[in-house]
Ligand binder design. Structure first.
Ligand code: ADP
Ligand code: MG
Length: 620
């Protein structure tokens, strides 16, 4: 038999290699951005059209290439970054395989202009499917511009395999985020279909994170820092209350390279144990620096998976460092009090300490303030936003109870508390309890008397019920009262989040939110429900989006119900909150004006009655 083995022509070999290197436009983005960084650029522009199918272009102000290098750079295994196998153990660059440009040029139309500092004129090369179609001398600034057009033009199967432009753009944005987060000292610009979607000035890590994910990120980050012989760790973790229901902002970088490491991810999750629910994901931006010799980035073609020499030690260090940060920044103890699953809210407004000082809080504002007693209307602030729907439950409880009996019962309690039961009568200074009919126990329960005995209300759950019915009513009846913002709040959302916002926009408007437009990633909030504190609006919207996305634990609730639940959960008073006399009374009244006062929107008991008989038994 004749010899049948042949060496594949280069362009075929390149096309095969391209299958590994270039899966989609985002892969091109990654390779080009990394090359620009390796070339020492300080300003990098990424230009994308039609989700990258028509154009991916990266312009940098780095070293540039000589004419010969420009030509050579498209050859397979042509690299300036390593020259021997030994170099593989001391990598300080992103690239080293010398296959990216060759692969890309095999499956697209590539247009490159490049000039070094020393050259006067730049080299302009055009390559289509590995063939050089033109090479000329042009004037161009120092640095390199590589435009990759019509990706997969010669592999229709691959081209058809691409997803919608929006999906491809999302992949590109993910890659862009990873690179930009790893290099905050480089200025980045990202243009999509002609408009600039990211403008990231040179910054510190923390600023870079908030430039990318929105300024709401600022208050959520807890710094992490540890120097050891094995590894230096720096970066940030997100406070546990901002944990998300979907994997979102989780980034590991090893030696300025984005990496994926399920094992190290586990170390982070382990550090958060007990602070967040198991189905929640903590956010983190962690930068590891290790000896390049102790890390193998060569094990995966797209190079996001790496192998560390001493993973176990790394795991232990990482876990304890994060635990330490959580403790040091007082994040952990705040969640330490008696465990009540209903309190497992992902965040609380107790974070006010970290809020910018220009937020003005009306000290007299009392969400329970009841005005127009007896008319059935309850006021929040100055505006009437809550209408009693029924008073049946409430009256039922009091049936047969004479007013004076009720008062008597309470005044005896008053005396009791004056005699040392201070803890239970945790009222504001100077507040008189004379004639009051409720008191707060352990800042957790509101206690009152009813015909059959003692009424104990769980303040958090009860308020959730009250708010839930209020918001549910507003969404359906469209009577939410909006508070116009003097200075519209700008919040940044991801494309996906924007999509959800659009979906629930009408309901949000009904309860008092006002947006100027939902087209751009930065949304201007011009109004909001009066119950939402200005400082918490970003967080509330985040929770709304995340919970709405999850369909609230996969239940089959309606949109209105989900939104009302999220709002109620996030805005209700919590265990530990001090309630003044009026608030306590209003809570009692409002609870029993609810259609279903007995249970929180999450099906937890809101109140119980300890009967006189039960009490009598204690005195036998
Ligand atoms: P690698 O990055 O693995 O070396 P590439 O195919 O990505 O392989 O690039 C080949 C070579 O082309 C690089 O080693 C580098 O010398 C040169 N090169 C590529 N992009 C740039 C750029 N933006 N600026 C300067 N040189 C570049
Ligand atoms: Mg490269």
């Amino acid at each position: 038999m004749a010899d049948i083995i042949r060496l594949l022509p280069d362009h075929v070999a390149n096309q095969i290699a391209a299958g590994e290197v270039v899966q989609r436009p985002a892969s091109v983005v990654k390779e080009l951005l990394e090359n620009a960084i390796d070339a020492g650029a300080t300003v990098i522009k990424l230009i994308v059209k039609d989700g990258g199918r028509t154009l991916v272009q990266v312009v940098d102000n780095g070293l540039g290439m000589s004419e010969t290098d420009a030509r050579l750079s498209f050859e397979r295994h042509a690299t300036s970054k390593i020259s021997s196998a030994q170099d593989l153990f001391n990598l300080h660059t992103k690239g080293f395989r010398g296959e990216a440009l060759a692969s890309i040029a095999a499956i697209a139309h590539v247009d490159m202009q490049t000039r070094t500092e020393l050259q006067e004129l730049a080299t302009h090369i055009k390559i289509e499917g590995s063939k050089v179609v033109s090479q000329e001398v042009v004037t161009a600034p120092k640095g390199t511009s590589i435009a990759v057009k019509n990706l997969f033009f010669n592999i229709p199967a691959r081209r058809n395999f691409l997803k919608s432009n929006q999906v491809e753009l999302r992949h590109i944005t993910d890659e862009f985020h990873r690179v930009a987060l790893a290099h905050p000292n480089i200025e980045f610009h990202f243009y999509n279909n002609g408009s600039e979607i990211f403008n990231l000035p040179k910054a510190k890590h923390r600023q870079r994170i908030s430039h990318i994910f929105g300024s709401r990120m600022e208050n959520r980050l807890v710094p992490v820092s540890e120097q050891t012989e094995v590894v230096n760790i720096s970066g940030f973790i997100c406070k546990p209350e901002f944990a998300k229901k979907s994997r979102g902002e989780q980034f590991f970088f090893a030696n300025h390279r984005f990496i994926k490491s399920p094992y190290l991810h586990h170390a982070v999750t382990a550090a958060f144990e007990g602070l967040i629910k198991s189905e929640m994901y903590p956010g983190y931006f962690l930068y590891l620096e290790v000896d390049p010799a102790s890390i193998d980035i060569n094990i995966h073609p797209t190079k996001t998976e790496v192998k560390f020499d001493d993973e176990n030690t790394l795991y232990a260090i990482l876990r304890s460092t994060i635990k330490h940060s959580l403790g040091q920044f007082n994040v952990a103890p705040a969640l330490d009090f008696e465990h009540d699953p209903n309190l497992d809210t992902p965040y609380s407004f107790k974070e006010k300490g970290a809020v910018l000082p220009q937020v003005t809080v009306d000290p007299t504002f009392n969400p329970f303030l009841e005005r127009g007693k007896g008319t059935g209307a309850v006021s929040y602030g100055n505006q009437r936003v809550y209408q009693k729907t029924s008073s049946q439950g409430w009256e039922g409880l009091y049936e047969g109870l004479e007013r004076d009996v009720y008062d008597d019962a309470f005044s005896s309690l008053t005396i009791e508390s004056d005699g040392g039961g201070q803890e239970a009568m945790n009222l504001d200074d100077g507040e008189t309890v004379q004639g009051a009919t409720t008191f707060q126990l352990k800042r957790k329960y509101v206690v009152s008397t009813v015909m059959s005995g003692m009424l104990v209300i769980h303040q958090n759950r009860a308020h959730e019920r009250v708010l839930f019915e209020k918001f549910l009513g507003e969404i359906t009846v469209k009577q939410g009262v909006s508070q116009q913002l003097l200075f519209p709040l700008e919040l940044t959302f991801s494309k996906q989040e924007l999509g959800i916002l659009m979906e629930i926009r009408e309901s949000l408007t009904n309860i008092g939110f006002a947006f100027d437009s939902l087209e751009a990633e930065t949304v201007k909030v011009t109004g909001m429900p009066i119950l939402v504190p200005e400082s918490g609006i970003g967080t509330v919207l985040d929770r709304l989006i995340a919970d709405y996305k999850e369909g609230f634990e996969g239940g089959s609730s309606s949109q209105a119900e989900i939104l009302a639940k999220v709002l109620a959960k996030n805005l209700a008073v919590r265990t530990g909150d001090l309630l003044d006399q009026e608030s306590q009374m209003a809570l009692v009244n409002n609870l029993f004006a609810c259609k279903e006062p007995g249970f929180s929107p999450f099906n937890k008991l809101t109140y119980t009655i300890i009967s006189e008989g039960d009490i009598n038994k204690k005195f036998i």
